[in-house]
Design a protein around this ligand. Structure first.
Ligand code: B12
Ligand code: SF4
Length: 443
């Protein structure tokens, strides 16, 4: 880094969204984190652009990424090896560049990151990005790792810089209900107060749940309606209903806007009043993380819910006139043969409209990855390109290796319990909630 006190506008920052070819459609969901960072750096005076590699082929990456002084790349675990290759290509092209890696993978495993990244941002990125850019600008290259400090007042962060990407990259046609049309992703809070053993959210947000104010959320949604004529929204919070008074306030502000949206939450963070408010505001679908149809497995994973609670929440949601989507994972610690039957029974009994089934992957950042033996598992594969959880959803993937050895089920049993096999065997008519498992998932 040999820059001597450049002006901020002379520092060119390129923020890169990697492709996620393991997803059914990697353009379906917008990575809001990168667009928040773009907005913050732009407002601070830097020259910012965003290179969106989603849906692109590797041979086009070089031309798709404009030459810059600083590259900021985001990565979840299955993206890691791919972004190392991209960073190596950027280093070859521009050896003096600053190549920063941020996001959950770097945050979870900071000591294992390839040295092609000469800057690492751990945790929440906005403040840390400004510090690293300032150090770069003044030629201070003494530090490689920057730890993000939590921003207390989320309303002080500008809205994500959606205008830096083409419309179709931001508002995907299939992000919400099928046939809904272009949809905006919005996130109204950061963090989750829970600590499910299979979830890595806590390593990023430290169970420090912070909320944007109802006014701030309302302004962003109104801005999207006015600027882009979008009325479909997908609310990406981990648990948007955690604070009921705030939810009530948001819903009453949104009610007159004539929008429709989907939220995700926990079955123990919902009650009939919250459901009525959501419905009045335009909510059509609630996605609940149930994870397993086996109570013992939920207990081992510290999910903190009961199947009875789940059934009650689903019934209340239906009674209020909304549809439910359930997230399930196959292969959590303690699961036993018979999973598929239990899952099918649960779905049948609750008359759930949609199911997203993922295979379990112990992700860096979650407790099971840190302490597999405590859960009776052995990690057997550290090839991070295999750390995505679509096995069972896409037929071409069913032979992929599991990344761990389960305590009670062999790989073969896990594969056989994956309902795609049941679908093939036509044991049950899945068509009610999944016309085509590869495209119906919204993960
Ligand atoms: C919405 C969401 C999705 C969406 C959108 C993904 C996206 N890229 O944003 C969809 C459905 C596509 C998705 C897919 C997947 N997800 Co997801 N997802 C989330 C969720 C719930 C919220 C993400 C979010 O918007 N956060 C809000 C923004 C503001 O935060 P952020 O993105 O983390 O960015 C901040 C910091 O990370 C940092 N930062 C990030 N990048 C960079 C880059 C630089 C240069 C800098 C300086 C800073 C920086 O600064 C940002 C601003 O503060 C998180 C859980 C959570 N609450 O974080 C899981 C989570 C990130 N997902 C997870 C997983 C496992 C996946 C999948 C791998 C699942 C799969 N199919 O196999 C894929 C990976 C796809 C991908 N590359 O993202 C895990 C990650 C675990 C891990 N070790 O990788 C998480 C933590 C959930 C969990 N249960 O553990 N996901
Ligand atoms: S799985 Fe959901 S409820 Fe559990 S810690 Fe993660 S975000 Fe919170």
């Amino acid at each position: 880094m040999e820059q001597n006190k450049r002006r901020k506008e002379d520092v060119r920052l390129n923020l890169i969204i990697p492709p996620n070819p393991y997803l059914g459609d990697d353009k379906r969901n917008l990575p809001l984190g990168i667009l928040y960072l773009a907005a913050v750096a732009r407002d601070a005076g830097y020259s910012v652009r965003v290179s969106d590699l989603r849906g692109k082929k590797p041979e086009t990456f070089e031309s798709a990424i404009e030459s810059s002084d600083v590259y900021g790349i985001t990565a979840s675990t299955p993206d890691y090896l791919r972004v190392v290759k991209i960073a190596k290509m950027l280093k070859e092209r521009n050896p003096d560049s600053l190549r920063i890696l941020g996001g959950i993978h770097a945050t979870a495993l900071p000591n294992e990151i390839d040295s092609v990244f000469n800057g690492l941002v751990l945790g929440e990125g906005e403040r840390a990005l400004l510090s690293i850019l300032e150090d770069y600008r003044i030629g201070n290259d003494s530090k490689r790792i920057y730890v993000g400090k939590a921003i207390k007042d989320l309303d002080t962060i500008p809205f994500p810089a959606r205008e830096m990407l083409p419309f179709e990259n931001v508002f995907n046609e299939n992000a919400l209900f099928y046939g809904a049309g272009p949809t905006a992703s919005v996130i109204t809070s950061r963090g989750c107060p829970q600590k499910c053993a299979f979830c890595a959210s806590d390593s990023m947000w430290k169970r420090n749940l912070r909320f944007r104010s109802p006014d701030n959320v309302f302004s962003e949604i109104k801005h999207i309606i006015e600027k882009y004529k979008i009325r479909n929204f997908r609310i990406m919070d981990d648990t948007v209903t955690a604070n009921r008074r705030r939810l009530e306030e948001i819903c009453s502000k949104l009610s007159p806007l004539d929008i429709r949206f989907r939220v995700e939450t926990r079955v123990d963070y919902i009650d009939s009043d919250s459901l009525s408010s959501l419905k009045k505001a335009g909510c059509e679908e609630i996605a609940y993380g149930i994870e397993s149809p086996t109570q013992e497995v939920l207990d081992i994973s510290r999910k903190g819910i009961t199947l009875e609670q789940a059934k009650k929440a689903i019934k209340m949601t239906h009674d209020t006139g909304m549809i439910t989507r359930l997230f399930f994972i196959i292969g959590l610690p303690g699961e036993t043969p018979g999973y598929a039957r239990r899952l099918i029974d649960f779905v049948e009994e609750t008359k759930t409209e949609a199911v997203d089934l993922s295979t379990f992957v112990p992700y860096p950042g979650c407790d099971i990855y840190r302490n597999p033996a405590k859960y009776g598992l052995k990690l057997k594969n550290r090839d991070f390109s295999q750390y995505h959880m679509t096995l069972g959803l896409r037929q071409g993937e069913i032979d992929r290796e599991f990344t761990f050895e389960h305590d009670q089920m062999s790989d073969e049993q896990l594969r056989e319990e994956s309902p795609i096999f049941k679908l093939k065997l036509k044991c049950i008519d899945f068509s009610r909630f999944s016309q085509n498992p590869s495209t119906n998932s919204t993960l």
